[in-house]
Design a protein around this ligand. Structure first.
Ligand code: PGA
Length: 248
């Protein structure tokens, strides 16, 4: 049985001393909880976090990667650089990458392919904008992102999907549990269409967008939710650990 995944996306936050302290606090309790914990610090803090978590069982990941193995890509980080530091995961296609860096589904797919080929588990983010939700297009938009952003060789062990409605990220607004369940069910059906239904294709689907210590319990118990991708509330040990304590 796959454990629920609680992933912390620190985004562009934290200096080395914050990273050291936060990772040490998570490591001291995280592995005793009934879920898998994953920390995705900024690239500059990955090594610090790697030594702070040691062999505690906490997982480590990057927030993005380049599709190429190496070369003239100023400012980018390869999959090999992440695995070299002990990462097992990488987030790709976060809505902030899609909007701030113009990443398309095709860009996200080649990154996810590279991640999987390089031995990482890709966390592929999808989600509709507020306008798309209001115009009734959310299911279609997210379904098409799922169909176009995942690696061809996606399986339950190398790929995780994170459903993050753009309007819920960092806003304190959260969809209803009915909306979350409906979208997770829809994503599941698109995955079955694309990849078939054998058990190696039973993907974990995370919910992300304003998850916090107060709403985690309800969200993590919602049908189809296999974990959470947490931004703001992952920056404090107290709130991030409280989310893990809510794991059913
Ligand atoms: P948030 O961010 O929890 O601060 O809304 C989630 C994310 O962007 O992954």
């Amino acid at each position: 049985m796959t454990r629920i995944l609680i992933a912390g996306n620190w985004k562009m936050n934290g200096d080395i001393s914050m990273a050291q302290n936060l990772a040490t606090m998570i490591a001291s309790e995280g592995d005793a909880l009934n879920c898998e914990y994953l920390l995705c610090p900024p690239f500059t803090a990955i090594q610090t976090v790697a030594s702070a978590i040691g062999d505690s069982g906490i997982s480590l990941g990057g927030q993005d990667c380049h599709a190429a193995e190496a070369g003239a890509h100023t400012g980018d980080i390869s999959v090999g650089m992440l695995t070299d530091l002990g990462c097992g995961y990488v987030i790709v296609g976060h809505s902030e990458r899609r909007s701030n860096h113009g990443e398309t589904d095709a860009d996200v797919k080649v990154k996810a392919e590279a991640a999987v080929e390089g031995g990482l588990t890709a966390i592929v983010c999808v989600g509709e904008s507020e306008a798309e939700r209001e115009s009734g297009d959310a299911l279609a938009v997210v379904g098409s992102q799922v169909a176009s952003s995942l690696p061809d060789a996606a399986s339950a062990t190398n790929t995780v999907i994170a459903y993050e409605p753009v309007w819920a990220i960092g806003t304190g607004k959260v969809p209803t549990v009915e909306q979350i369940a409906e979208m997770h069910l829809h994503i599941k059906s698109v995955l079955t269409q694309e990849f078939g239904s054998d058990s190696s294709k039973t993907f974990r689907i995370l919910y992300g967008g304003s998850v916090n210590a107060e709403n985690a319990d309800e969200i993590l118990r919602t049908d189809g939710v296999g974990g959470a991708l947490v931004g703001g509330a992952s920056l404090k040990a107290e709130s991030f650990l409280a989310i893990g304590r809510s794991c059913p």
